[in-house]
Write a protein that binds this ligand. Structure first.
Ligand SMILES: Cc1cc2nc3c(=O)[nH]c(=O)nc-3n(C[C@H](O)[C@H](O)[C@H](O)COP(=O)(O)OP(=O)(O)OC[C@H]3O[C@@H](n4cnc5c(N)ncnc54)[C@H](O)[C@@H]3O)c2cc1C
Ligand code: SF4
Ligand code: SF4
Length: 428
């Protein structure tokens, strides 16, 4: 009997590892080309400011190389039949057209050099750089090596190109989509994570109008020393000297159907403000917030540290952003004094909230699970947030509700224990 994990972010990785270490065979199905989830787009962790890479890279490698774990990347679950103790799962594994076993730094470099196609690099949110049609997903992707993105590769348009094939013998254009049938699946853990809120759903914030209005995840990519700007904060060729953060964008907001608090954005904003101040010591940094939620070990103390760095916190709900010359202006409503104020800035960072995956309703139908009004998977009880109404299917991480990496890992472990419990029960 084996376990199936859907999603290879922190929650799914931890669940896979705990099950495998307990002696169970695991299939881990990840939609993207690499394991890691959103966590690998983040530079440093709060509140201790450790590099996320130092934690995520070994975790991803341990899972990928574990003899009990079969990792299927670029793959998705198509159907689930059967019941607890004996689910039958059909998975679609899409081709990458590259045998990563044959990847070498030199061959990958040559293949990417000769490829004539450039498209925005989705790992860096399409904002900073381009990648080729043959590319390495990110600097520490697991599996590590090139993949071909079929949608932009010219070979699949009119067979007019095979340049990468001429410089690398790992390319195989004949690779086909596979359907992998996995039987005897005792338990399933869903760990499909979240989508960041799309700020275009609040057009009054003019996100798509001004280059100096960005999201917090875009700032994370800039703060990453190994990222597209090598850790430099550069907007339109210049270092910003005044930066404003706006909290609760797409959270605690009934107008966009997200009445809940996203839990992580108060703290990740504090972290980002701290890091920006370290990089640009003479910058003026302000944060417009509704109220501060700094729960979690060490978080309140870190928030105090951030304030000592001359980061100004002012109560306010972000209402509107407009341009003023080279600058942008945030108009916010002070909820205590019942008046409006404005912050002029070279850069405004929108602290976007956590949303369910846009396709969570479709996946819920495949699995026979319920989703709540917001689209998160529904837990069986408030006291047991891993179990669902469907015996043998568990949930972990942000697909159940917003949470940080620490809590996603813990819920992954908890789901693994529950999965072991039902598999033991079914074996007796
Ligand atoms: C700007 C920003 C900064 C942050 N900073 C911090 C921080 O400093 N510290 C911290 O603790 N947390 C931080 N977080 C939160 C952190 O990103 C999450 O807690 C964490 O990524 C949640 O892990 P997860 O495994 O639940 O989901 P995810 O990281 O979203 O991973 C889910 C995985 O499932 C895959 N998937 C989705 N659907 C399917 C499907 N149908 N089939 C197969 N695979 C699928 C995805 O491709 C992905 O790999 C931050 C978040 C943001 C937006
Ligand atoms: S075949 Fe595709 S991936 Fe290879 S070089 Fe041509 S366009 Fe790029
Ligand atoms: S964590 Fe903070 S910024 Fe995020 S939704 Fe909650 S109150 Fe707003």
């Amino acid at each position: 009997m084996r376990s199936l994990i859907i999603g290879g972010g922190p929650a799914g990785l931890q669940a896979s590892l705990d099950l495998a270490d307990a002696g169970y065979d695991v299939y881990l199905v990840e939609r993207y080309f690499s394991l890691g989830g959103h966590a690998v787009q983040i530079a440093k962790n709060y509140p201790n400011l450790t590099d996320i890479k130092d934690f995520m890279k070994p975790l991803m490698e341990k899972v990928y190389n574990h003899e009990k774990i079969t990792v299927l990347t670029n793959a998705e679950v198509l159907s689930v039949d059967g019941e607890v103790g004996n689910f039958k799962v059909k998975v679609e594994k899409r081709p990458t057209y590259v045998n990563v076993e044959k990847c070498t730094d030199d061959a990958c470099k040559k293949a990417m050099e000769v490829c004539p196609v450039e498209v925005p690099n989705e790992f860096n949110l399409g904002l900073f750089d381009k990648r080729k049609a043959i590319f390495i997903p990110f600097s520490y992707s697991v599996p590590y090596g090139c993949v071909i993105d079929e949608k932009s590769c010219l070979h699949f348009k009119d067979e007019g190109c095979s340049r990468c094939n001429e410089v690398c013998d790992g390319i195989n254009f004949e690779e086909k989509r596979e359907i992998v049938q996995i039987d005897d699946v005792g338990s399933i853990i869903v760990a499909t994570g979240f989508d960041p809120f799309d700020p275009n759903l609040r057009p009054e914030l003019a996100y798509d109008k001004y280059k100096n209005v960005i999201t917090s995840l875009e700032l994370e990519r800039m703060l990453d020393e190994n990222g597209p700007t090598k850790g430099k904060i550069i907007i339109d060729g210049k270092e910003p000297k005044s930066i404003v953060f706006a909290h609760c964008i797409g959270s605690r907001d009934k107008k966009v159907d997200n009445p809940y608090c996203s839990r992580i954005c108060c703290m990740y904003t504090a972290k980002e403000a701290y890091m920006v101040k370290e990089k640009i010591p003479d910058a003026t940094i302000s944060v417009s917030y509704i109220d501060m939620r700094a729960f979690g070990k060490g978080c309140e103390q870190f928030y105090e540290e951030v304030q000592k760095k001359q980061v100004l916190y002012r109560r306010g709900v972000a209402a509107e952003i407009y341009g003023a010359g080279d600058q942008v202006v945030l108009r916010a409503e002070d909820t205590l004094l019942s008046n409006a104020y404005e912050f002029n800035a070279d850069l405004i960072v929108l602290a976007v909230g956590v949303e369910p995956r846009s396709d969570s309703a479709e996946l819920s139908k495949v699995l026979g699970l319920q989703i709540d009004d917001c689209g998160f998977f529904v837990e069986k009880s408030i006291y047991d947030t891993c179990e669902t109404e469907k015996d043998g299917i568990f949930i972990a991480g942000c697909c159940q509700g917003p949470k940080d990496i620490q809590d996603s890992l813990m819920q992954g472990s908890a789901a693994a224990v529950k999965a072991i419990g039902v598999m033991k029960r079914c074996n007796n």
